[in-house]
Design a protein around this ligand. Sequence first.
Ligand code: UDP
Length: 312
Amino acid sequence: MGRVVITGGAGFLGSHLCDAFLDRGDEVVAIDNYLTGRAANVAHLGGHAGFTLVEADVIEPFTVDGPVTAVLHFASPASPRDYLAHPVATLRVGSEGTRNALELALAKDARFLVASTSEIYGDPLVHPQPESYWGNVNSIGPRSCYDEAKRYAEAVTMAYRRAHGVDTRILRIFNTYGPRMQVEDGRVVSNFLVQAIKGEPITIYGDGTQTRSFCFVSDEVDGIVRLLDSDVDTPCNIGNPGEFTMLELAELVLEVTGSNSPIVHEPLPEDDPKQRRPDISLATSELGWAPAVALREGLERTAGYFRQELGR
Ligand code: UDP
C-alpha cells in the first residue's frame, strides 16, 4: 500500500484518480487551490480514513507530513476557456508548480508522474502523433501559456531525473471527458452535451472539420495508474485513437440526447489544432492498455451526469 500525493486532486481528472488509488488501498493526499477544481468533486471522500484534502497553491513550495510513495502533478487549468482566462497562473503551475512537486518527490524519495498533454504536439504536422514527434507549437500565441508550460514541465521533469535521479513518468493526455466536468467547463464535449440537453444551439467553432480523439475518464484513469506502476520512463500517450470531426461529434451528441438543437457556427479560435489522434502503440505494448469505452457509450454516461447537474 502506498501514500499518493495528487496536486489538482479536486479537479476533474484528479478527483477520479483519488477514487482509483483509494479503491486499491492506497492513502491519498489531494492538494488543490480551487482555481478550476471543486471541493464537490471529492465531497464523497470526506469520511474516508485514507483521504486528506489540503487547500494550497503549489506554485509556492509545499511539503506533506509523513511518507509519500508517489507524487502526481495534475494541478493546472486544462480547458482552453480556463487557461486563456488565467494565462499567468497556468504558466506558473506548469513551471514553478512542477518544480515544487518534483522537490517533494525528491525529498520523499517518491516516484513522480507529471500530467503532460497532446498540446505538446501543437497543431501537429505528423498524424497520428507518436511520442517521438517534437511538435509544432506557437510560442507566442494565446495557447502558448498552456503548451509551453507543459513543455517546460516535461523538460524540468527530465532535468530532475538526470540531475537528481528522481524516478519520473511523463503522461501525455489527449482530450478526456466524463462525469465531474463542470457545466461551464467550455470544452467541446461538455458544451455540446449541455447545449443539447438544454435545447440550445450547438456551437461548432469554424467549419467543424477539425478532428479530436476523445477518451472516457475511466479509460484515462486506468492508463494513468498503469503508467505510474510501469517501468516506462519516457513520455507515454494515453488517449483514445478514435478520431472524430466536430461535425460528427455534434451529430452523435444530438442522437444520444435525442435533442432537436440546431447547429450554429462560431469563429474558430486562434491556433486551434486542425487534427489530433494519439499513436498508442507504446501504451498498448508496454502497459497492456487500450481504451474500452466507445464514444457513444461515454457520451451516454456523461449526458446522464449533466442531466443531474442541470437538474440541481
Ligand atoms: N469546439 C467547438 N465548439 C465548442 C467548443 C470547442 O467546436 O463549443 C472545438 C474547438 O474549436 C476545438 C475542438 O472543439 O477544435 C476541441 O476543443 P476543446 O476546447 O474541447 O479542447 P482542445 O482540444 O482544443 O484543447
